[in-house]
Design a protein around this ligand. Structure first.
Ligand code: LMR
Length: 296
């Protein structure tokens, strides 16, 4: 931990970097934090799904969430630890249990799916500028729950066959890295980039008051402004979609745009899988169904 802190401390920002290790230093590390990014846990090995990590990572995330609920209950909590589809519900249920849950402040980072979408589209359509154009990705963050809305792209046109191939590559992009690392883990550098991009956007919206910042992210729908439509369409309590960020975190959950017939089919499959992922996370904390959130 000290080694990682020394490494990070060379980045040219005005921040002070400190390292803390072990459960006993949670209070010291978290007290009064504004934003907490949780990448902790074990990575996948070839042949594993993100859900296979639940056994180990669920407990790690629950323990960190309990620390956050106690020492920085007002912090923004940004979850990278997989399976994100289940670990975000774990954080939310821990916060509900502690009576400090605010649905605007907990995010599942699915930004790498958006980053991959732009990169992969650029690779087959070089005129698509990957830095300047953002592609909306909805659903969740694993396999078939990742639904890139490629039909919405205005800058280039894609054939149905290209959309099919790209969609599959985006959904299983994480597997390419897991395979390349051959047992030594999953994406770390592109994930760090994606995490930094989302965190910076949230800080710009919340601290600097920048308006109109939109990112796709996996959030608790109930209790968030604008979420009713997507809740009605999906029947889910958690979903990734475009969200406008603001001073308190989620300012507005944007309604899903009109989907192509193929995207509707893919969202249907994602919903089926997400139901199980969400229930698993909720049950891990409550032993049963979700606890209703207290009114803000
Ligand atoms: C990713 O999308 O690369 C990460 O969620 C890590 C993984 O297991 O694929």
């Amino acid at each position: 931990m000290v080694k990682v802190a020394a490494d990070l401390s060379h980045i040219n920002t005005p921040s002070k970097v400190t390292g803390h290790a072990g459960k006993d230093s949670l209070a010291e590390a978290l007290k009064g934090a504004h934003t907490v990014v949780i990448p902790a846990g074990v990575p996948r090995k070839p042949g594993m799904t993100r859900d296979d990590l639940f056994k180990v990572n669920a407990g790690i995330v629950r323990e960190l969430a309990e620390g956050c609920a106690q020492y920085c209950p007002k912090a923004f909590i940004l979850v990278i630890s997989n399976p994100v589809n289940s670990t975000v519900p774990i954080v939310c249920e821990v916060f509900k249990k502690a009576g400090v849950f605010d649905p605007r402040r907990v995010f599942g980072i699915s930004t790498l799916d958006i980053v991959r979408s732009s990169t992969f589209v650029h690779q087959i359509k070089p005129q698509f500028e990957p830095h300047a154009n953002r592609i909306t990705v909805v659903g969740g963050h694993s396999g078939a729950t990742i639904v890139p809305l490629l039909s919405q792209i205005k800058q280039v046109s894609l054939t149905a066959e290209e959309i099919k191939t790209l969609t599959h590559r985006i959904q299983f992009g994480g597997d390419e890295v897991v395979k390349a690392k051959d047992g030594a883990g999953s994406a770390t550098l592109s994930m760090a980039y994606a995490g930094a991009r989302f965190t910076n956007a949230l800080l710009e919206a919340s601290v600097l008051g920048k308006k109109g910042l939109i990112e796709s992210t996996y959030v608790h729908l109930r209790g968030n402004t604008g979420a009713e439509r997507n809740m009605g369409l999906t029947g889910l309590d958690y979903f990734a979609q475009d969200v406008e960020l603001g001073p308190e975190g989620v300012a507005n959950v944007l309604a899903l745009p009109d989907l192509s017939a193929e995207e509707q089919r893919l969202v249907g499959i994602a919903i089926g899988e997400l139901k199980g992922n969400i229930a698993k996370g909720v049950e891990f904390v409550t032993g049963g169904s979700a606890v209703p959130a207290a009114k803000l």
